[in-house]
Ligand binder design. Structure first.
Ligand code: ADP
Ligand code: MG
Length: 445
């Protein structure tokens, strides 16, 4: 676990899941020299936004997980490998200075480089969406405009959206591509109003944009102001024959809270859907993914994975990552028996939570060692995690105080009781702490 993993885990308890996904998850650790934590972000706006809006949370998370550090942001240059980053342009949270963008990256910085057409497996469930995406990428603005990709979670919508971006970026290097989530569009819009930058905003989503790729437009539902602005952007770009592609987890006709005029525009071009892949396609996806992960899966394991009752490709990938992690952790090859064992707890046959699970989770989170937690040591850095672990044993497993005491190095039941009580009291007075404990509890299922 890097220092940034710790800070991110802290942030996760302090921010909404949505804010975390949009703003924190895309950040990558570049370096940590003990006093400066350098993070890379996809673009300058991203740096500025995090610096301006999450300053307090970031500072608190750093104080908790990587004390004594200051954060600096750099804009990611995607020509370089994942963790090498062009270090020139810097924004520090403290100063909030501006950033210079990178010159000519091979990959568009707003696009995930794994999400290409080459890495996308085509099957009956996504054939139409794939073909229309290829068509749009081959001649932007000339075929379906907009292309609207609809379908359930984890079925490849974002992947296709980015693949279009990559293809256009390679074929038409002069085209200015803007790829962002609808949520992010809303933030930028609100930001532009707040800072009197409406003209810049209009320019960004108008003359200076050749291709607009917007992910998850279903999140526009119920947001009238943003929808209105989106409507104007749509009209402007459509008049200019600029290509637009949207993704959504609902069809336009099923999106409640969407203005009629915007809904009708979403339907102007082509609506293509993605469905859950059949077993054959799942098998092909597993094969492709194994190649990318550079692992060899025995055919029986691949078949087993393909037969799991999962509809989402994201969940399927999650299982593969889990297998890989277990096999590295336990230093064992991925055999069918091992895969079944490793995935058993994950797939339906839910195992009850054990004291060891709680200890592992808590120690992971606070970065302390299990034996230390069970030891008699009264070091301050151990007290809180120990109390939290005891509290979780009580709340999640409903163990008695003496039972808990015996699992924590033979402690007296009254001291366990006091520990649980102190956690309860702290949770009432400290909402952040309460969120942390609740998040830990949730993570135990
Ligand atoms: P969505 O946006 O529809 O929720 P994503 O595009 O994020 O789903 O896809 C989830 C994960 O599944 C991604 O890692 C993506 O690469 C992978 N994936 C989905 N469909 C395919 C496919 N047909 N071929 C290869 N990978 C896929
Ligand atoms: Mg998506």
């Amino acid at each position: 676990m890097t220092s940034w993993d710790g800070v991110a885990a802290e942030l996760q308890t302090r921010l909404t899941a949505q804010a975390f996904d949009i703003w924190i998850r895309p950040l990558r650790l570049v370096s940590d020299d003990g006093s400066v934590l350098t993070l890379s972000a996809p673009d300058a706006f991203h740096c500025r936004w995090v610096g301006e809006n999450y300053r307090t949370e970031l500072a608190a998370a750093i104080a908790a997980a990587a004390p004594g550090r200051r954060v600096e942001f750099v804009v990611r240059s995607v020509t370089l490998a994942e963790n090498e980053v062009a270090l020139k342009p810097k924004v520090s949270v403290a100063e909030g200075t501006s950033v210079t963008e990178d010159a000519t990256p091979t990959f568009h910085p707003q696009l995930d480089k794994r999400y290409t057409f080459e890495n996308f497996v085509v099957g009956p469930s996504n054939q139409v969406a794939h073909a229309s995406a290829e068509a749009v990428a081959a001649s932007p603005g000339a075929t379906f405009n907009p292309l609207f990709i609809a379908g359930g979670a984890g079925l490849g919508k974002t992947h296709i959206l980015h693949a279009i971006g990559h293809r256009i970026y390679q074929r038409f290097p002069r085209y200015r591509i803007l790829c962002l989530s609808a949520e992010r569009f809303m933030y930028e819009y609100v930001h532009s109003i707040r800072n009197g930058q409406s003209i810049e905003f209009k320019e960004r989503f108008g003359q200076s944009c050749d291709v607009l790729l917007v992910d998850d437009v279903h999140t526009l539902a119920g947001r009238e102001g943003t929808q209105e602005e989106f409507f104007h952007v749509f009209n402007r770009l459509h008049d200019l024959r600029k290509q637009m592609v949207f993704t959504s987890d609902k069809y336009p006709r099923d999106m409640s809270g969407l203005e009629e005029r915007l809904r009708s525009r979403f339907e102007w071009g082509l609506i293509a859907d993605v469905q859950p892949p059949n077993t054959e396609t799942r098998l092909a996806i597993i094969g492709r993914k194994a190649e990318l992960l550079e692992i060899t899966l025995p055919p029986d394991v691949a078949l087993y994975l393909a037969s799991l009752p999962l509809t989402s490709v994201r969940d399927l990938e999650g299982c593969m990552n889990r297998l890989l992690a277990y096999s590295q952790f336990e230093k064992q090859p991925i055999t069918l028996a091992a895969a079944q064992r490793w995935l058993a707890s994950h797939m339906g046959e839910r195992r009850a939570v054990t004291v060891d699970d709680i200890l592992r989770r808590v120690c992971d989170f606070y970065d302390v060692r299990i034996p230390d937690l069970k030891s008699a040591s009264r070091k301050a850095s151990l007290t809180l995690p120990r109390h939290v672990a005891m509290y979780l044993c009580r709340e999640v497993m409903k163990l008695s105080y003496p039972e808990i005491g015996s699992r924590f190095g033979g402690r007296n039941h009254t001291s366990v009781m006091h520990a649980c009580e102190s956690v309860r009291t702290k949770m009432q007075s400290d909402s952040r702490f309460a969120e942390t404990v609740n998040a830990l509890m949730r993570s135990l299922g």
